[in-house]
Design a protein around this ligand. Structure first.
Ligand SMILES: Cc1cc2nc3c(=O)[nH]c(=O)nc-3n(C[C@H](O)[C@H](O)[C@H](O)COP(=O)(O)OP(=O)(O)OC[C@H]3O[C@@H](n4cnc5c(N)ncnc54)[C@H](O)[C@@H]3O)c2cc1C
Length: 496
């Protein structure tokens, strides 16, 4: 029996373990053990169920609160786990994004796709941009491509930062007001560093194909509308929305994965302190002094944690892992009585551009974005603190972070200053946001090449090829495919 040790029970580690388990159930002579430092599974899928003193409960996600329906890994996983019924669409009737400009909140104009305007009147009438800013955005339609790619070249061969691309095509105001908070915000990234090839290669591809981002987005919109006409929703189908979640929060997915893997194969509260390889055997030392042995190892932790663990095994790989920077963030969910929130609640989120220099990057109105996350008559909000300019704020105590978010809600939304939160929590994600900086994909290629040369080793997680939950699941699965391949085990599901 071959044994795979997996370090980290975030979705990447669980995705890996579930695949090993499926291989075992399909007859392969393999097993796995997952070791996780925290006392729970899920990593950045962290849900707290909090009772309201007057009845009902809150479903509070402290990390990821959604998944994008366009990426199939989660729907596939939900089917395998039998939890499809628990998937919930966002309440798109409230789908509005508000952007902070000075002391105002301005609704993001209709038709903005990523940052490109695709509808004329909303662009003309919005007070979000100045007239020179709007005209500069229009130049995207006539500006030539930066260069023509040679046949076979991809976005990776022409990587560019978010700042360089957006300023070149649409001007700085477009970057500052929308592209940075909306596109850069996904990674809480510095636009002058963020690699487009690693995050949104489609933008670079659109410029090649259509000579303009606006034309590329218009084409995409037409295609989506045509698809809707060809495949209209069947009566009784759940509405298809861009964002989805699970009714008991995102951790529900991790918990279901853990059940399917088998709780007896998962050791929580088990921090790994060191890793060694002797001949074909991997040894994993736990903080408790215990040493586990296996035939293969998958490190599914943050890049900086993987670097520490792998330094004694392979300094080349560790040095490469050290080139993936990570930034910290915190989310601050809090609930209020509706009477303390005298503002329109038909919106999903507020974005605070870096140029506004506010202490928060964003606010999500969870009770409006999702059904059943808060009892009737209650408002559930979540402040997000982090990003390149605000790393120092994270040194503050939990009480100070709660006060900061509360103060922002009063200033931006007109919440009653004396409103007492029904509860407030702080989830800290120290070094939890991998930064995909210029050239990231080349470094990941090299990490994968070097890991490929070490028999029985895999790495997985959000640090490599996508931070989204579906990407992380797939990265765990790919690590298992590599290892099973070395053992000559070919899974039916990989062939179909
Ligand atoms: C605030 C926030 C909001 C987000 N929102 C979304 C969203 O809405 N949608 C989306 O798709 N993505 C979102 N993401 C990104 C997504 O949640 C993550 O990229 C993904 O969950 C990472 O999964 P992972 O398994 O790679 O890593 P993690 O979840 O970080 O898991 C790694 C695990 O390794 C463990 N570990 C580390 N070192 C050791 C050690 N020495 N020994 C044992 N265990 C160890 C850690 O404790 C951790 O549990 C968000 C991320 C954050 C931080």
């Amino acid at each position: 029996m071959k044994r795979v040790i997996i370090i980290g029970a975030g979705v990447a580690g669980l995705g890996a373990a579930f695949k090993v388990q499926r291989a075992a159930e399909a007859g392969a002579d393999v097993e796995c053990v997952v070791v996780e430092r925290d006392d729970r599974v899920g990593g950045k899928l962290a849900t707290h169920i909090i009772p309201d003193p007057e009845g009902g409960e809150y479903v509070v996600d402290g990390g990821s609160d959604a998944f994008v329906s366009g990426k199939p890994a989660i729907a596939r996983m939900a089917r395998l786990l039998g939890i499809t019924e628990a998937m919930r669409p966002a309440r798109d009737e409230n789908k509005k994004t508000l952007i902070v400009k000075g002391d105002r909140l301005i609704e993001m104009p209709d038709g903005i796709m990523m940052f490109a305007p695709t509808k004329l009147m909303p662009l003309v009438t919005t007070p979000l941009y100045s007239w020179p800013g709007k005209l500069r955005m229009g130049l995207d339609l006539v500006l030539p491509r930066k260069e023509r790619w040679a046949p076979g070249e991809t976005a990776q061969d022409h990587d560019e930062t978010l700042e360089s691309f957006v300023v070149r095509r649409m001007g700085r105001e477009c970057l500052d007001r929308v592209a940075e908070p909306l596109v850069g915000g996904v990674h809480a990234s510095e636009p002058t560093q963020m690699s487009l090839a690693a995050t949104f290669p489609n933008l670079l591809e659109m410029e090649q194909q259509f000579g303009s981002v606006v034309r590329g987005m218009l084409h995409q919109r037409k295609q989506a509308e045509a698809m809707k006409k060809t495949y209209p929703p069947k009566p009784g189908d759940a509405p298809k929305t861009f964002f989805n979640t699970f009714d008991r929060g995102m951790q529900q997915l991790a918990l279901a994965m853990a059940d399917a893997i088998g709780q007896e194969r998962i050791r929580t509260g088990a921090a790994v302190t060191g890793v060694a390889k002797t001949d074909g055997t991997w040894s994993v030392a736990l903080e408790t002094g215990e040493v586990l042995e296996g035939d293969a190892l998958i490190v599914a932790t943050e890049a900086w944690a993987a670097e520490k663990l792998l330094r004694d095994v392979d300094t080349g790989i560790a040095d490469l892992l050290a080139t993936i920077p990570c930034s910290s963030s915190a989310t601050v969910p809090m609930a209020f009585r509706a009477e303390d929130c005298p503002f329109d609640q038909r919106w999903f989120g507020i974005l605070a551009p870096l140029v506004e220099r506010r202490p928060i990057l964003a606010v999500t109105l969870s009770s409006s974005k999702w059904s059943d996350k808060a009892p009737e008559g209650r408002v559930l909000l979540r402040g997000f603190i982090g990003g390149p300019l605000n790393q120092h704020l994270l040194e503050a105590s939990d009480e100070e972070l709660i006060d900061t978010v509360h103060h922002e809600l009063v200033e931006l939304l007109g919440m009653r200053p004396d409103a007492e939160p029904i509860f407030a929590e702080v989830f800290r994600w120290n070094g939890g946001m991998p930064q995909y900086t210029l050239g990231h994909l080349d470094r990941v290629d090299e990490i994968e090449r070097q890991v490929g040369q070490v028999r029985g080793l895999g790495v997985a997680g959000g640090a490599y090829r996508g931070v989204g939950v579906p990407n992380c699941i797939e990265s765990g699965e790919r690590a298992v495919t590599k290892i099973l391949g070395e053992w000559g085990i070919d899974l039916e599901e990989d062939r179909s």
